[in-house]
Ligand binder design. Structure first.
Ligand SMILES: Cc1cc2nc3c(=O)[nH]c(=O)nc-3n(C[C@H](O)[C@H](O)[C@H](O)COP(=O)(O)O)c2cc1C
Length: 363
């Protein structure tokens, strides 16, 4: 089977990729996927090589009015500018979250800013929203659609605050990006939880988030087709803080919650790992992220997109069992490679116990 060969190939290629600096390897992979997306003819091969042609549709679901062919999505940050959309579809993803895109283009923090922790299948990053800006992305998305190169899976768009915009004007930044990008996103995520933009996480505070959600939803309602609006939260919030966010989510009619972003808590890493400032993702985040998802699911009927430490079918099922409706992954893909997502989908279909479990009942 071609996908078994791909798995073996990735096992052999990964040490070479991992011998490169983490961000260099990322750009190399993204370059290859963007090229495949642009040329189109490699996509059927990519589908067969990843095993996506055998994923089936048993896990399809409709969430906040959007149809997802399977529940495993690409987490925000991998394809910030949305340059490889059809390649992700060929790799078996059920949806893509492009972004974080900001109102202004920006280079992000100085490199090095992305680090692997292979012994824990983890990453640490302090990229700081390096991206080409909302306007450029909107123009590229418009051209992709016009050229018939838009994927058939849902595309969510994750938006954040530009570093140069003062916190007091953050709301205008989000509203601007929504205005530019709204025709292209099947759903939108307000990222208020990245640890790498100074002050951003303070937008999770009651008053700040209240103002942000009010302004964004006001803008959203004026658009020809208002989009499902979600908020992405940090795993480092306390449960009372999360309850406050849920209150606001109800008040402002959000469509769901994305949980979680990376953590600033590095205490789970062995002392031998050199300290690097930034958000920790992957396996060390798995348990806390699941805990947050379970807490949310016990308190809200809103759909939850669970992200944090998903790297195989068992960890995906753990999130769904905790009450998530969809899952996403980033770090797991770096370690697992191109056959991972179809493998997860087949694993979920093979044992549907988790999928059929009732959502925990609300108190
Ligand atoms: C290198 C890197 C860059 C990321 N960039 C973003 C981003 O731009 N916006 C965002 O909302 N999350 C970003 N994330 C967080 C991921 O979307 C995800 O929430 C987190 O990594 C946990 O999932 P994982 O354990 O599957 O990686 C980034 C993560 C990594 C590792």
């Amino acid at each position: 089977m071609l996908s078994s060969l791909t798995t073996e190939l990735y096992r052999r290629v990964r040490p070479l990729l991992f011998s490169l600096e983490a961000e260099t390897a990322h750009h190399l992979a993204m370059g290859a996927l963007a090229t495949a997306s642009r040329l189109r003819f490699p996509l059927p091969w990519l589908r067969a090589a990843s095993g996506a042609d055998r994923s089936g549709t048993a896990q399809a679901r409709t969430v906040f009015g959007v149809h997802f062919p399977n529940p495993v999505g690409l987490a925000a940050g991998f394809d910030k500018n949305g340059v490889a959309l059809t390649a992700w579809e060929a790799l078996g993803f059920g949806f893509i979250e492009a972004g974080t895109l900001t109102a202004r283009p920006q280079p992000g923090n100085p490199p090095p800013r992305m680090f692997r922790v292979p012994e824990r299948r983890a990453l640490i990053n302090r990229l700081g929203f390096n991206n080409g800006g909302a306007e450029a992305a909107a123009e590229r998305f418009r051209r992709l659609r016009a050229a018939g190169r838009w994927p058939s899976i849902p595309v969510g768009i994750n938006i954040g605050k530009s570093k140069a915009t003062p916190l007091a004007q953050a709301t205008e930044d989000y509203v601007f990006s929504l205005g530019k990008l709204h025709p292209h996103g099947d759903y939108f995520v307000l990222n208020v939880s990245s640890p790498n933009t100074p002050g951003l996480r303070s937008l999770q505070g009651r008053d700040e988030l209240d103002a942000l959600l009010r302004a964004v939803q006001q803008k959203n309602r004026t658009l020809p087709a208002p989009r499902p609006m979600l908020v992405k939260i940090a795993p480092d919030l306390s449960f009372p803080q999360i309850e406050e966010i849920l209150d606001l989510a109800r008040q402002h009619e959000l469509a769901g919650i994305v949980a979680t972003n990376t953590t600033v808590d590095h205490t789970s890493l062995p002392a031998s790992v050199p300290y690097e400032t930034g958000g920790l993702s992957g396996e060390p985040l798995r348990a806390r992220s699941t805990e947050v998802v379970r807490f949310l699911a016990g308190r809200t009927p809103l759909p939850i997109i669970a992200v944090g430490g998903v790297g195989d079918a068992a960890s995906a099922r753990e999130k769904l069992d905790a009450g998530a409706t969809l899952v996403q992954l980033y770090t797991g893909f770096v370690y697992g490679g191109p056959t991972l997502v179809p493998e997860i989908c087949r694993g979920l279909s093979a044992n549907k116990t988790g999928m059929d479990a009732e959502r925990p009942s609300l108190p």
